[in-house]
Design a protein around this ligand. Structure first.
Ligand code: PBG
Length: 330
């Protein structure tokens, strides 16, 4: 055998051959765009820790969603910023059929029926204590929280959501939500389950966006580690995904994405259910920060990180870069 027998560089010689042998590509069909909605009219507020990302009043959110659809985005993840005076420890506003989320779902669906709406189901934006569940004696109550999540899901389905997206990590909530949706006749409303959601520092900017961080008062946990998963573990991710699939999840999600590519990969190897990955707020903000400093090139960093999430096995990626990515690949 002559040296070198095999020359992998032959397939990297020029852009044409590189394109022909490229296994993974980003397309608009891979992307879900998060949309933050707030009260008011004609308002567009930049989120301080997320450069060039905005909270919109509903009238402008509707315009934004139409624009996203015209760019090729097929799904939006809806989140709402709730006024402080409406927050409590019981999810009262979360289950208000005329609340901002429910109104937003209906108006966006009416204005852009083809856009799929994935509505966030969790108590934290509505919680005076900043937790995804009811807090009692320093603990997050699991089963009582599931009752609220079930009611929330019904109001979202009623408003016209295509997929309910529970992001709370309570045990058993997927099965519970599936059951109540079916009971109410919403068997066609899907569930995208945040199945492998880690207790991550990368959610910081999102909590700024919605003012939803856990509050620092006595007898309230200052973090979400009793329900979100430990970053040191991977087998529990398999367990959580298995549970959610068996309870009726249509799509499972891994979150965050970049630090958890191994989890996306084992999800792909182990399950046939479509996999979503959430490139979260901190992943967005750190790339912006480095680019602002001139330390990283914005476009190539965005494309490389997002492509790596696809390569790891994600069928869809929720990302604040969605519009930018389409501009780059367009
Ligand atoms: C809350 C929720 C969070 C995110 C989505 N839903 C934050 C949290 O769990 O504290 C984070 C998304 C992001 O950081 O982009 N249920």
């Amino acid at each position: 055998m002559e040296f070198p027998d095999t020359r992998p560089r032959r397939l990297r010689q020029n852009a044409s051959i590189r394109a022909l042998v490229q296994e993974n590509w980003l397309t608009p069909n891979d992307l879900l765009a998060p949309v933050f909605v707030m009260e008011g009219k004609g308002l567009k507020e930049e989120i301080s820790s997320m450069p060039n990302y905005f909270r919109f009043s509903l009238d402008l959110a509707v315009k934004e969603v139409k624009e996203l659809y015209s760019m090729g985005i097929k799904g939006v993840m809806l989140f709402v910023k709730v006024a402080d005076e409406l927050k409590d420890n019981a999810g009262t506003e979360a289950i208000n059929p005329l609340g901002l989320m429910q109104t937003a779902i209906t108006e966006i669906k009416n204005a852009c029926p083809e856009m799929l709406i994935f509505s966030d189901v969790a108590m934290d934006p509505y919680s005076s204590l900043g937790h995804d569940g009811i807090v009692q004696d320093g603990k997050i109550l699991n089963d009582d929280t599931c009752e609220i999540l079930g009611e929330m899901a019904i109001t979202h389905a009623e408003a016209g959501a295509d997929f309910i997206a529970p992001s709370d990590m309570m045990d058993g909530r997927i099965g519970f939500i599936r059951e109540v949706l079916d009971e109410e006749g919403y068997e066609d409303t899907g569930i995208l389950a945040y199945s492998a959601k880690y207790a991550s520092c990368f959610y910081g900017p999102f909590r700024d966006a919605l003012d939803s961080a856990p509050v620092d008062v006595k007898n309230v946990p200052t973090d979400k580690k009793t329900y979100q998963m430990n970053p040191g573990n991977s087998r529990v991710a398999l367990q959580e995904m298995e549970l959610d699939i068996s309870e009726g999840a249509d799509i499972i999600m891994v979150k965050p994405a970049l630090s958890y590519l191994d989890i996306i990969s084992i999800a792909k190897q182990n399950f046939n259910t479509p996999i979503a990955a959430y490139q979260v707020s901190g992943e967005y903000s750190m790339i912006h920060a480095a680019a602002q400093k001139g330390w990283l090139d914005y476009d190539s960093t965005v494309l490389e990180t997002t492509l790596s999430i696809k390569r790891a096995g994600a069928d869809m990626i929720a990302t604040y870069f969605a519009k930018d990515i389409i501009r780059m690949i367009g």
